[in-house]
Design a protein around this ligand. Structure first.
Ligand code: AMP
Length: 418
């Protein structure tokens, strides 16, 4: 038997109801906050990700699904959405009438990571991006939106971790101090960090290896190097989060390794996830639109791990399973054909109906109606047809009543939608 690919998964009925509900709640909230949906392709030219995510990141170095198409062009299954949204914003000149644009997108991402609990090779994200707003207030809006969403989804123990990465004016001085520090602790760092130390020292700060974490506890803090503008911006972000009642922790080691990232960076963490404790991450990437060939427009955004969200929410799929409104139990061939006609008409009227197609006994049909948790059963046999009526049983109250076959679909609709 052919099995699915390692790290990939099916989302089956029974769990998909939860995915749909989470998506619906997220969409509604994003749209209430003024975000509009943008749908971007699943594949892009490899170059787009190499340039925007960065050549020496884990994603680009070893996790992308990249292959030549039949003409030899290198294409990649998207490992994240921001790069494509930025490409689209530039390509369609979406900034032309108004540079301020807010987009969201929901869909699958692909990274060839080592599969483990909470890590998949095809996983899903909800992304939101705000273009054209230089103020840290846009970052606050994103963090507030995330915390609101997690509260609606009953995710427990949610905390925002925030940091500022400064700007191209103040960060170089910090990098020098950090490099000096890294040299002094290099005997304690993992092999990856030794390599990162020279190529991209900021990335050593968020290495997850315990020994590196320990060594980095004493690392200099970027917050001590911020220029006055970045300092004021971060102070405003913190004070506004406080005003809005958003719980947050300043984490000086929360960083992103690329030069186009600036100022606020954040993660939403929850105690209940263990090692994979970030449900969402994001931050300001003021230099990326320019870097990819567009005008100099600032931007900020986030990505939520959809898979993790469905594991953390206090909601359950069962709450959203749509039970049949009615099960039509027919006895005899004539009744069964009539029942089938009604079944089709019910569906067209927004009534979820089921029936048995094989002429089973009434007892076994009632059993199936029970198993499907149908709200009502409509019983019809040759005797009922002669009398021009059928029996409607309410499965919850067990009440039974006769309903006329004239205008039956409308009659039933009125009764069960009461
Ligand atoms: P990133 O794009 O790496 O900043 O990730 C944003 C969010 O996506 C993370 O906080 C995770 O919740 C989720 N995520 C990233 N990689 C995976 C993966 N391989 N499997 C499941 N979720 C993931």
């Amino acid at each position: 038997m052919i099995q699915l690919i390692r790290g990939f998964k099916d989302i089956l009925p029974g769990e998909v109801e939860l995915w749909q509900a989470v998506e619906k709640i997220a969409r509604e909230l994003l749209e209430d906050f003024g975000f509009r949906e943008i749908r971007i392709p699943i594949m892009e030219r490899t170059e787009l990700f190499a340039r925007s995510i960065g050549e020496d990141t884990d994603i680009v170095e070893k996790e992308m699904y990249t292959f030549p198409d039949r003409k030899g062009d290198l294409i990649t299954l998207r490992p994240e959405a921001t790069a494509s949204i930025v490409r689209s914003y530039i390509q369609h000149r979406l900034y032309a009438t108004d540079p301020v644009q807010k987009f969201y997108t929901i869909g699958p991402m692909f990274r060839r990571e080592r599969p483990q609990k909470g890590r998949y090779r095809q996983f899903y994200q909800i992304n939101a991006e705000i273009f054209g707003v230089p103020s840290g207030l846009a970052d606050v809006q994103l963090i507030f939106l995330l915390v609101t969403l997690f509260s609606r989804l009953q995710v427990p123990d949610v905390k925002a971790h925030i940091n500022s990465l400064g700007c191209p004016k103040c960060r170089p001085k910090f990098k020098v101090a950090l490099s000096e520090f890294l040299t002094s602790v290099s005997d304690k760092l993992c092999a990856d960090c030794i390599r990162r130390k020279d190529r991209n020292p900021l990335r050593v700060l968020d290495c997850k290896v315990p020994a590196c974490r320990e060594a980095m506890a004493e690392a200099p803090s970027i917050l001590d190097y911020l220029c006055s503008e970045c300092d004021a911006d971060f102070a405003e972000v913190k004070s506004m989060l406080k005003n809005l009642g958003v719980p947050f922790i300043v984490d000086k080691n929360l960083v992103r390794g690329l030069d186009y990232y600036a100022r606020t960076t954040f993660e939403i963490q929850t105690e209940s996830l263990g090692a994979q404790n970030a449900v969402a991450g994001g931050g300001r990437y003021d230099g990326l639109v320019g870097e990819l060939g567009g005008p100099d427009i600032p931007a900020t955004g986030f990505a939520i791990g959809f898979d993790r969200l469905t594991e953390l929410t206090g909601l359950s799929a069962d709450q959203f399973y749509r039970r049949p409104d009615i099960f039509v139990a027919a006895l005899g061939d004539r009744s069964r054909l009539l029942a089938f006609e009604w079944l089709c008409l019910f569906g067209g009227e927004g009534i979820r109906a089921e029936m048995d197609f094989d002429g089973k006994s009434l007892k076994s049909q009632m059993k199936r109606a029970d198993r499907l948790e149908a709200g009502h059963v409509l019983i019809v046999g040759d005797d009922e047809i002669k009398k021009g009526e059928a029996i409607l049983r309410n499965m919850e109250t067990k009440n039974q009543e006769s309903v006329s076959l004239d205008n039956l679909v409308q009659n039933i609709k009125n009764k069960i939608k009461e």
